[in-house]
Design a protein around this ligand. Sequence first.
Ligand code: PEP
Ligand code: MN
Length: 347
Amino acid sequence: MIIVMERGATREQVDDIVARVRELGLGAHLSEGEERTIVGVVGSPLPPTLDEQLEIHAGVEQVVRITKKYKLSGWDFRPQKTQIRVRDVVIGGDEVTIIAGPCSVESEEQTVETARAVKAAGARMLRGGAYKPRTSPYEFRGLGRRGLEILALAREETGLPVITEVMTPADIAEVHAYTDVFQVGARNAQNYLLLEEIGKAGKPVMLKRGLSMQLEEWLLAAEYVMSQGNPDVILCERGIRTFEPATRNTLDVSAVPVIQGMSHLPVFVDPSHAAGKRALVPSLALAGIAAGADGLMIEVHPSPDHALSDGAQSLTFAEFAALTPRIAAVAQAVGRSLPVVDAVVSV
Ligand code: PEP
Ligand code: MN
């Protein structure tokens, strides 16, 4: 249910309605727009006469029952696109944002060198896994705490904010101490207890799409984070499992405009995990931006053939540097921009 406050409703009127909702044992989430405030009410079951009870409150214009299962992530609740600030980077605005870096943090040298290279080529954030979900338990599973320390060091060296995966509630506090954005991987996208705990941790979250997740299920997973009081969720399409083995996963390009029609949350595309092969990454990256994605997350490694994970899909520094001006061109064609690269290109 959403409560639409009148234009010009006072702070006290909004506070009163929030208090009333909470008194009833329900959750209240505020969306404060330039024109008016909307209060999202969550909890079940909603009392049958709740609409009438709330409609008579001062400052309330309208109470609307929402039949959609996703409430906080849907347009009904928030009529403007969500923008998320991560240090000096704004995600979800006119500019597209490129996040790049190695699949796994392997060493200080590898990570700092990559951070410098991707920054010079136009990336605004650094990625790198310290806790890695691997399909086989016998593969490299990340450096853990040391990996987090290295990411923080690379941030200090380059100024790039960092994103890294958290796999279990037990690691949230530790990862929180180092990262700017939590990544929830495809395999954990429906780990609801993890999502709830991250929702309480108070930092932006990138939620990858699960390997076989429908779009509504994806938004419902985002609701687990948002219903804990954290509105800063970025969705990331990284390819889904289909019957086609030519690519590692099938990039669902249509998911970008479709989910943008359903939700105000920023949407990224990860062409690397979709492609599985470096030669395909540029095409999928450009397709993602052409489809309207707010950004890309791309794996880059100083020496992909020696990478401890996902080398086959990682770009070299030169390949990444050759790709970003093309991303800028496509961004411009669809009414967006990639300013860092525009600047580099026009010099
Ligand atoms: C990753 O980003 O390295 C990763 C493991 O991604 P996904 O969860 O999408 O497989
Ligand atoms: Mn990877």
